[in-house]
Design a binder for this molecule. Structure first.
Ligand code: DQA
Length: 144
Protein backbone atom coordinates (compact mmCIF):
# COMPACT_ATOMS: atom_id res chain seq x y z
CA UNK A 1 0.00 0.00 0.00
CA UNK A 2 1.32 3.47 -0.89
CA UNK A 3 1.74 6.05 1.87
CA UNK A 4 1.26 9.65 0.84
CA UNK A 5 3.14 12.68 2.20
CA UNK A 6 1.37 16.01 1.88
CA UNK A 7 3.67 18.98 1.21
CA UNK A 8 1.60 22.06 2.06
CA UNK A 9 2.67 25.58 1.14
CA UNK A 10 1.00 28.76 2.34
CA UNK A 11 0.60 32.29 1.00
CA UNK A 12 2.94 33.69 -1.64
CA UNK A 13 4.87 30.47 -2.12
CA UNK A 14 3.31 30.18 -5.59
CA UNK A 15 5.76 32.99 -6.42
CA UNK A 16 8.77 30.94 -5.32
CA UNK A 17 11.59 31.58 -7.80
CA UNK A 18 10.21 35.01 -8.68
CA UNK A 19 9.70 36.88 -5.40
CA UNK A 20 12.70 38.17 -3.44
CA UNK A 21 15.13 35.66 -4.99
CA UNK A 22 17.91 37.04 -2.78
CA UNK A 23 15.97 35.55 0.17
CA UNK A 24 14.11 32.59 -1.33
CA UNK A 25 16.27 31.64 -4.31
CA UNK A 26 15.42 31.15 -7.98
CA UNK A 27 14.00 27.65 -7.83
CA UNK A 28 10.26 27.08 -8.09
CA UNK A 29 7.83 24.81 -6.27
CA UNK A 30 8.02 22.50 -9.31
CA UNK A 31 11.78 22.21 -8.65
CA UNK A 32 11.03 21.46 -4.98
CA UNK A 33 8.62 18.69 -6.00
CA UNK A 34 11.15 17.17 -8.41
CA UNK A 35 13.92 17.12 -5.75
CA UNK A 36 11.60 15.67 -3.11
CA UNK A 37 10.45 12.89 -5.45
CA UNK A 38 14.10 11.83 -5.85
CA UNK A 39 14.38 10.93 -2.15
CA UNK A 40 11.00 9.26 -1.65
CA UNK A 41 11.22 5.82 -0.05
CA UNK A 42 9.68 2.87 -1.90
CA UNK A 43 5.96 2.68 -1.31
CA UNK A 44 5.76 6.40 -0.60
CA UNK A 45 4.26 9.12 -2.78
CA UNK A 46 3.78 12.88 -2.29
CA UNK A 47 1.27 15.57 -3.11
CA UNK A 48 2.58 19.12 -3.50
CA UNK A 49 -0.06 21.74 -2.70
CA UNK A 50 -0.05 25.53 -2.37
CA UNK A 51 -2.72 28.04 -1.45
CA UNK A 52 -2.86 31.71 -0.58
CA UNK A 53 -5.98 31.00 1.53
CA UNK A 54 -5.76 30.06 5.20
CA UNK A 55 -9.04 28.09 5.05
CA UNK A 56 -7.77 26.00 2.15
CA UNK A 57 -4.66 25.05 4.15
CA UNK A 58 -6.91 24.09 7.10
CA UNK A 59 -9.13 22.00 4.78
CA UNK A 60 -6.11 20.17 3.34
CA UNK A 61 -4.86 19.38 6.86
CA UNK A 62 -8.31 17.95 7.66
CA UNK A 63 -8.17 15.89 4.46
CA UNK A 64 -4.71 14.68 5.51
CA UNK A 65 -6.24 13.05 8.61
CA UNK A 66 -7.61 10.36 6.29
CA UNK A 67 -5.24 10.58 3.32
CA UNK A 68 -1.69 11.38 4.48
CA UNK A 69 0.95 9.49 6.45
CA UNK A 70 2.76 12.73 7.29
CA UNK A 71 2.83 16.43 6.50
CA UNK A 72 5.64 18.76 5.44
CA UNK A 73 4.37 22.30 5.82
CA UNK A 74 5.79 25.68 4.92
CA UNK A 75 2.94 27.86 6.14
CA UNK A 76 4.54 31.09 4.83
CA UNK A 77 3.31 34.08 6.83
CA UNK A 78 0.57 31.93 8.43
CA UNK A 79 3.41 30.51 10.53
CA UNK A 80 3.43 33.67 12.58
CA UNK A 81 -0.31 34.39 12.72
CA UNK A 82 -2.48 31.31 12.43
CA UNK A 83 -3.96 29.61 15.46
CA UNK A 84 -6.36 27.96 12.96
CA UNK A 85 -3.50 26.17 11.19
CA UNK A 86 -2.05 25.14 14.59
CA UNK A 87 -5.43 23.77 15.72
CA UNK A 88 -5.84 21.82 12.48
CA UNK A 89 -2.35 20.32 12.86
CA UNK A 90 -3.15 19.40 16.46
CA UNK A 91 -6.01 17.32 15.06
CA UNK A 92 -3.60 15.47 12.74
CA UNK A 93 -2.13 12.46 14.51
CA UNK A 94 0.89 11.62 12.35
CA UNK A 95 4.31 13.34 11.94
CA UNK A 96 4.56 16.99 10.93
CA UNK A 97 7.76 18.75 9.79
CA UNK A 98 7.77 22.56 9.50
CA UNK A 99 10.01 24.04 6.80
CA UNK A 100 11.18 27.58 6.14
CA UNK A 101 13.35 28.32 3.15
CA UNK A 102 14.93 31.33 4.82
CA UNK A 103 16.42 31.47 8.30
CA UNK A 104 13.47 33.18 9.97
CA UNK A 105 15.54 33.75 13.13
CA UNK A 106 17.95 35.99 11.23
CA UNK A 107 15.07 38.16 9.98
CA UNK A 108 12.49 40.55 11.48
CA UNK A 109 11.47 39.74 15.06
CA UNK A 110 7.83 39.03 14.03
CA UNK A 111 9.17 36.01 12.13
CA UNK A 112 10.81 34.56 15.24
CA UNK A 113 7.59 33.19 16.68
CA UNK A 114 5.86 30.21 15.07
CA UNK A 115 2.47 28.87 16.14
CA UNK A 116 3.15 25.80 14.00
CA UNK A 117 6.33 24.96 15.96
CA UNK A 118 4.12 24.26 18.99
CA UNK A 119 2.95 21.16 17.06
CA UNK A 120 5.74 20.30 14.62
CA UNK A 121 7.86 17.22 15.32
CA UNK A 122 10.77 18.88 13.50
CA UNK A 123 11.58 22.39 12.31
CA UNK A 124 13.94 23.27 9.47
CA UNK A 125 14.90 26.85 8.59
CA UNK A 126 17.52 28.45 6.39
CA UNK A 127 18.48 25.47 4.22
CA UNK A 128 16.84 26.93 1.12
CA UNK A 129 14.68 24.46 -0.75
CA UNK A 130 16.93 21.64 0.48
CA UNK A 131 14.92 21.97 3.69
CA UNK A 132 11.95 20.33 1.96
CA UNK A 133 14.16 17.44 0.84
CA UNK A 134 15.49 16.97 4.38
CA UNK A 135 11.92 17.03 5.70
CA UNK A 136 10.77 14.35 3.22
CA UNK A 137 13.79 12.18 4.12
CA UNK A 138 12.95 12.56 7.82
CA UNK A 139 9.30 11.62 7.26
CA UNK A 140 10.35 8.57 5.25
CA UNK A 141 12.58 7.54 8.19
CA UNK A 142 9.81 8.10 10.73
CA UNK A 143 7.27 6.25 8.60
CA UNK A 144 9.63 3.29 8.20
C1 DQA B 1 8.91 31.55 4.95
C2 DQA B 1 9.23 32.59 6.03
C3 DQA B 1 8.01 33.38 6.40
O1 DQA B 1 8.34 34.32 7.41
C4 DQA B 1 7.49 34.11 5.20
O2 DQA B 1 6.30 34.81 5.54
C5 DQA B 1 7.28 33.24 4.02
C6 DQA B 1 8.25 32.18 3.74
C7 DQA B 1 10.17 30.80 4.45
O3 DQA B 1 9.99 29.80 3.77
O4 DQA B 1 11.30 31.24 4.71
O5 DQA B 1 6.35 33.43 3.24
O6 DQA B 1 8.03 30.58 5.51
Amino acid sequence: MTQTIYILNGPNLNLLGKRQPEIYGRETLADVERLCREVLADGTDLRMMQSNWEGQIVDWIHEAREAAAGIVINPGALTHTSVAVLDALNAFERPVIEVHISNVHKRESFRHHSYVSLRADGVIAGLGIEGYVAAVRRLCTLLG
